[in-house]
Unconditional design. Sequence first.
Length: 405
Amino acid sequence: MLGAEVRDSRTRTPYFAFPARPWTPSDILHELPKSDSDRDDVLPRAIRKIETEKEDRPLWQVVRYVPETELEEGYLAISAQHELMDGGGLLRLVQCLIYDDIPSLPAAEKFDTALGMQGAEYKPSLGFLLPIIYREKVIPALPTWLSTYLRPSPTWPANIDEHPSTAPWDFSVLSIDPTTVKAISATGKRKGVKTLHPVLKVAYLQAMREVYGPSSPGCVFVGESPRNERSNNPGDGHSYLAGNYVSAASWTLPSTGDFWEWCNTYSTYLSTTGISDGRQSIGLLSYLPDPDPPAKSDDPRRSTGWEDDYLTKFENRTNTYSQSLSFSNLGRVSLAKASGAVDLVWGFPGSPFAPPLSLAVVGHEAGLRIYTTWREGCPVTGESVGEVELAFKRIIEEHAEDQES
């Protein structure tokens, strides 16, 4: 869900919007009054409403909430189900709705002919599969004394007290001011890191290790990041808005080294083997067997064998985490061409299937917005997230002032 703080460029009347009720073709925008509130008030209401509507909500929707006085600033929030589009598609949808002009916008497209990600680069190679088979199948079949010796370091969290299937979710939004963003970006370039994404992700993994590492000795901190695979070449047949064109590669924070060394290592990985790793990881999904569905079940959540298997693991309180962090970054977008938008935040309800911490990051003229969601007690708590955010901000500010070495 993306929300933009805006003022209507035609009437100059501020308005506020977020998903409110099922959409019909004649009711894409539905105006409702709102009480006095700011972004930190409104965003929880908007995202939690998406969660409570569950399967009854439309695939995408926009609802405006008009403030009571012209002195109030408003918010526009647009939501879409992941089955319809990915984060990049959702950002484009927002831009279509609030930008005055988009030169690259196609005149029309047929969703039924849009192609998905395909090609040999998405087919897992033997070299990619063998380590997975060794880790997931061979090592567990060995005697305990031998498997314990051969098993790699556990990914944090190794243990959880509260399982994500039953725990409530919550979220937080951290803002980094434009001056700090500019400074850390410039320092990164001097250190050989061309983009901001590696710096942010490494800093967040380091902050997590500072907070959670002392109570989890021996654990490594692994973060995955989605990568946009949507082609801008019309000849490739990708949809401009709809569809999921995302791969995802994982990276482990090294146990030794320094901050800029880690950033350079991760940056190099992203632009080289990380691309093929991410594509093959997504391609692997088509080769995973789907267990037979239960013969008889009144639970609609168990309509497939995969869902039944996952829910059974939840019921048995099996630790299903394979990642410590999901770091989804939409990059930097421009608000200057939008119709009065002055801020932008995006996020989503906390999923029990996601890593313990899931981040949604976006940058713009007003700075950086980092949305973090979690399942309370799994093993993350609101208090510990606050500690991670403070550590992250300190790390960013400290390294923003690094001099040429």
